[in-house]
Design a protein around this ligand. Structure first.
Ligand SMILES: [Fe+2]
Ligand SMILES: [Fe+2]
Length: 280
């Protein structure tokens, strides 16, 4: 609508597009993590006006991988996409499921003949959103393709479809993660790390508009060592003998980030840490 003032029509500035809000939750660990997400994710989506939720599910099945039933449960709780990492292969029954379920990702830089896919673009009510799952190589298992090369190709392809792109970089070394943030600055909406299960305090929007955080942390039990029960972990540190770890207990901490994106450019406007505690 214009405002008439004498003979000059002054056009009011058009309202900026409503920001697109992406919630990402870090590695869901075991049954406590799953229950916490099932309870809190629907509430968080409401409270934070989330347009699109992504959850890393690599430890959702007793700390080791994910099953089809668990993946479906996380999606029912509100995850539009499930990312994973080095634990993706732990439950064999996930392999045929992955082939037919584009919303469950494994890191894109596994050798190309590994099953599953590392990228997805989904249509939402407010436009297309792309998600890429990527894995680091520093202090991680050998055999992965170069993540910097792999992501460059994937982003170039995806940007033909949408500028709203979220990258889960599943990696151990903060140096590799920080470098990836700079590598992708201005090319994707967000680069958020997973795998260490401990959230970092370095969230920020990089100069060209990419939201970045080295690690989102986990959704798992607080009486634990990054999700595993405490005593067997301490015994292993004392004796250096192999041990099997169960899942920790106690209250569940949900860790993640909320990224606010300009939907027309895909550039991030803000990134903030999200943390909630849930008791059974
Ligand atoms: Fe993990
Ligand atoms: Fe991992």
């Amino acid at each position: 609508m214009g405002i008439m003032s004498d003979n000059v029509t002054v056009t009011e500035p058009t309202a900026a597009a409503e920001p697109f809000r992406i919630l990402f939750l870090g590695d869901v660990v075991g049954e406590p993590g799953r229950k916490g997400v099932a309870t809190l994710l629907p509430l968080l989506k409401e409270e934070l006006k989330v347009d699109f939720a992504i959850v890393n599910g690599e430890n959702a099945a007793g700390g080791r991988g994910i099953t089809p039933k668990i993946a479906i449960g996380l999606m029912r709780a509100g995850a539009a996409v499930i990312t994973t990492g080095d634990h993706i292969w732990d439950q064999k029954e996930i392999l045929p499921f992955m082939q037919d379920e584009p919303r469950l990702l494994r890191p894109i830089n596994y050798p190309s003949n590994a099953p599953g896919q590392g990228t997805v673009v989904l249509e939402t009510k407010r436009g297309k959103v792309g998600v890429i799952n990527l894995q680091g190589r520093v202090f991680m298992k050998e055999g992965m393709e170069n993540p910097f090369t792999a992501i460059t190709e994937a982003v170039t392809e995806m940007r033909k479809e949408t500028p709203i792109i979220f990258v889960d970089f599943h990696a151990e070394a903060t140096s590799e993660k920080v470098a990836m943030g700079w590598h992708l600055d201005g090319l994707v909406s967000a680069v958020v790390g997973t795998h260490t299960h401990v959230p970092t305090a370095d969230e920020r929007v990089l100069p060209k508009g990419t939201a970045y955080q080295s690690d989102a942390g986990m959704c798992g039990p607080m009486e634990s060592v990054i999700g595993s029960e405490i005593q067997p972990v301490l015994e292993r540190f004392h004796t250096a003998m192999p041990a099997r770890f169960g899942i920790g207990k106690g209250a569940v901490r949900l860790n993640g980030v909320l990224v606010t994106v300009d939907p027309t450019t895909g550039k991030a406007m803000a990134i903030e840490r999200v943390a909630r505690t849930w008791h059974e």
